[in-house]
Design a protein around this ligand. Sequence first.
Ligand code: 3PG
Length: 401
Amino acid sequence: KTLADLGDLRGKTVLVRSDFNVPLDGTTITDDGRIRAALPTLKALLDGGAKVVVTAHLGRPKGAPEAKYSLAPVAARLGELLGQDVTLADDLVGESAKATVAALTDGSVALLENVRFDARETSKVDAERAELAGELAALGGGVDAFVSDGFGVVHRKQASVYDVAQILPHAAGSLVQGEVEALDKAITDPERPYTVVLGGSKVSDKLGVIANLLEKADTLVIGGGMLFTFLAAQGHEVGKSLLEADQIDTVKGYLARAQEKGTTILLPTDVVAAEAFAADAAHEVVPADAIPADSIGLDIGPDSAKAFADAITASRTVVWNGPMGVFEFEAFSGGTRAVAQALVDATAAGAFTIVGGGDSAAAVRTLGFDEAGFSHISTGGGASLELLEGKTLPGLAVLEA
Ligand code: 3PG
C-alpha cells in the first residue's frame, strides 16, 4: 500500500516512522543523507495538509533517555531542509509529546524524542511493544494513519516499525517503496553479469548474504576488513589485520561452494599494510600473501583496485555494500574511491548499480561523489542486506496486510 491508498489526509494526524539514525560527531551531523531521503514523503504529507508526527531512533540507547542520543540535532537539520519549524517533543508518549501533537495545525510537523528511550520499543515481549504502539496511536486524540518510511529499520520487529502498523491504517512511504523496487531489480532476475562487492569489517555480519549471493551472483568481490579472514582461509598470514579466526572454516566452505557453483570470488592480490591503525601511520603496498607479521592491512592495494574496477565495469548489475578500507583516513581511501568510481563508470555505461549500507553510502558522499552517478543509493544497512539475503522483513510484511 502506498500513500495514495490512504486517501485525502488533510487535517488528519499521520504518524511517520523515519530512519534518522545519522552519524554524529558530538552534536554535529556528519552525513545527513538519511534525513534528505525522508523529505519527499514528509513534504507530500505536509503539502497535503496533514498533521505530521515523526518517530525515529538514534543509536542504541538502552531503553532510557541519554542526552547523547537526543534527536535535537536531527530536528534542527530537518527543519532547515523542510524550510519550516520542526517541534521536538521532550518525550515519546508522555506529557510533552501529547501537548506537542495536540498543538499541531494542518501542514505542520513534530518529531518525537528518540523512540528507543522507551524500552518497550525493542522489547521481545509482544504485549510490551503492542502497549507502546497503542500509546503512539492514541496521540493527538487518535492518529488517523501510519506511514512506514524508515527503510533502514524495516528488518526490525519493533513497536514503531511493526506493531503500530498492525493497529492503524498504514502505507509505505515513497522512500520504502523506492528502496524495495530498486533492490528487487537486483534480487529478482538481475541482468548479467551480476557482481556483488562486499566490504566492511566483519564476515560474521554478512554470513547469510554471502551464502545467498554465492548462489545468485556471477562474481563476489571481497574487500574491507573481512578480506583478511578470506586470505587466512586460503592459508595466508595476515599479520595484525582484522581476523575472525572462528569464521575461517565457514569461509573455506564458501570458497568450496563458489568453485562448485562456478561463482568467481575475487580477492585482493595486494593490500596497503600500515604500522598502526592511524591516519598518519607509515604504510606500504605488499602482496596479499606476504603481509608482514607486525603490519595491519587497512586498504586493498592498487592492483586489486584495478582488478575490482575491471570486474565492476564489465557487469550489467552491481551491488556494493561496505567500504574496501579505512576510507575515513585519506591514505587508506584509495580502494573505496576506486570501487565508487568503477560503479559510476558502470552506471554511465548502462549498468544498474546499487550502493547499499550506511557506511558505503556515507563513503560515497564524503569522498565527494555525486549521488546521481549511481542508479540507487540505499539508506538501509542491515535492511538492504537482509533483503538481498532473500529474507522476509517484518516491517515490510506487516504493510502487506
Ligand atoms: C541502521 O543504522 O542500519 C538502522 O538505523 C538500524 O539501526 P539498528 O541496527 O540499531 O537497528
